[in-house]
Design a protein around this ligand. Structure first.
Ligand code: NAD
Length: 427
């Protein structure tokens, strides 16, 4: 079986390289020449645990990558094509499908030249709002004059990987969801992933799309919920982590995603919750829970700055250290990182920010430029600053490196510390 993948970002690259490693011949297409040349030389454009060794092992063998402009002429060689392009937020929070339709144009060109000679299964893996895959199908039919079902198949299989654990999640997912229109496409996809041992669920296209949004929205809700409880707890002298531990022992609740702190970031939760809220609005249905989830998440990082300002007075002219810029440990991704509003607030307070992140400094430079200074390790930050904000839970920040510095912990990275020079946000 020959596999094509459109988009060499987190999802496309993990899908490509991991399927190649399982013995499939995989061709990945992207529009970004910088990524293509990096990948072709065996270098990963993103930091993701165990990805680069797998890439090096498979590049030029089972896996290759080239410009998407070359795809239409070659489509006939493929059995399954995964669409893994980005679906960012528009200004109003709704999902921007520009990359999806640009990929669809390339697919349509390829299908049209094939003229229905071979049935290729197009699988949307990007996160798209319910109804999108069906619209995409109609778009392809209109552009090619072909009929889905006979001439090509369409499916929707949401991706649930977590950045930082993406390779592991690919091989050991909790479940796989295949939204299909025909039984044979479910059979094809479940046999393609037969090496994965997990529950597999067959649904229609819309349900598969909604499972992804509902999952992310639910996890985001857990985080905002415990943050809200934690904000009250902080006033009352109650530790949100003790509360979460007590709650999590209830098997109906579970302990995960009850880690109070400065809120959620990343490329998925904020954008997906906003997109779902926009869909509620479009359908004129109240999204009270999810709107509150986002509102709490917007305020949460700034509460840490408030806590610090209450204790220290003004930071004007003071050197303030920031440890951790990535939206979470294990990645260099800074999309929607909660470090962004905190660093911006500290800079507007007049602080001289010196920051360090083990992986995300290059991406941080694109966001903050010369507004802040960058250190090459945590100890350097601590030696230069009296006030330290810990914003990402990298394991190396857990060590006892802070001495007598005033620490403002947004991730509960130093659970043993409390009182004195240490302050948390919800504890
Ligand atoms: P990304 O931005 O990292 O990657 C998208 C890639 O697509 C880029 O390399 C871009 O150059 C390429 N691209 C854009 N238009 C193209 C086109 N017309 N032809 C070929 N290539 C094109 O995005 P990502 O983080 O991999 O996310 C992809 C999708 O998967 C999104 O819908 C996202 O919500 C979803 N998702 C992401 C994650 C995650 O952790 N990152 C997890 C689950 C689901």
């Amino acid at each position: 079986m020959k596999i094509g993948v459109i988009g060499a970002g987190y999802v496309g690259l993990i899908t490509s390289v991991c399927l190649a490693d399982r013995g499939y011949a995989v061709q990945c297409w992207d529009s970004d020449e910088r990524k293509i040349s990096l990948l072709s030389s065996g270098k990963s454009p993103i930091f993701e645990e165990s990805l680069e060794p797998l890439l090096k092992k498979n590049i030029g063998k089972n896996f290759s990558v080239e410009n998407v402009s070359k795809m239409p002429g070659k489509l006939k060689d493929f059995d399954v094509v995964f669409v893994c392009v980005g679906t960012p937020s528009r200004q109003d929070g709704s999902v921007d499908l520009t990359q999806i339709y640009s990929a669809a144009d390339s697919i349509a060109m390829g299908l049209k030249s094939l003229g229905g000679g071979k049935r290729i299964l197009i699988v949307v893996k990007s996160t798209v709002i319910p109804g999108t895959t069906e619209e995409l199908k109609r778009y392809l039919e209109k552009k090619t004059g072909l009929k889905s079902g006979g001439d090509f198949g369409i499916a929707m299989s949401p991706e649930f990987l977590r950045e930082g654990l993406a390779v592991k999640d690919f091989f050991y997912p909790d479940r796989m969801v295949f939204g299909v229109e025909e039984k044979k496409d479910y059979a094809l996809l479940s046999s393609l992933f037969a090496f994965v041992k997990c529950p597999m669920m067959e649904t229609d296209l819309k349900t598969a799309e909604m499972i992804k949004y509902a999952s992310n929205a639910f996890l985001a809700t857990k985080i905002s919920f415990i943050n809200e409880i934690g904000n009250l707890g902080k006033k009352l002298g109650i530790d949100a982590y003790e509360v979460a531990k007590g709650m999590g022992l209830d098997s109906r609740i579970g302990p995960k995603f009850l880690e109070a702190g400065i809120g959620f970031g990343g490329s998925c939760f904020p954008k997906d919750v906003k997109a779902l809220v926009a869909k509620f609005k479009q359908e004129k249905i109240s999204a009270a829970v999810l709107e509150s989830v986002m509102a709490i998440n917007e305020k949460q990082p700034l509460l840490l700055v408030e806590v610090a300002c209450r204790r220290e007075g003004s930071f004007k002219g003071k050197a303030v250290g920031v440890l951790g810029l990535a939206f979470k440990a294990g990645t260099d991704d800074m999309r929607e990182s909660r470090a962004i509003p905190i660093v911006n607030a500290l800079v507007s307070e007049g602080a001289k920010v010196i920051a360090f992140d083990p992986e995300a400094t290059d991406n941080a430079r694109k966001i903050f430029g010369s507004k802040i200074n960058y250190a090459s390790n945590a100890k350097d930050v601590i030696s230069k600053c009296d006030f330290i904000f810990v914003l990402t839970a990298w394991p190396e920040f857990k060590e006892d490196i802070y001495g007598s510095k005033h620490v403002y912990d947004g991730r509960r990275i130093l659970p043993g510390k409390s009182g004195g020079n240490y302050e948390g946000i919800c504890w």
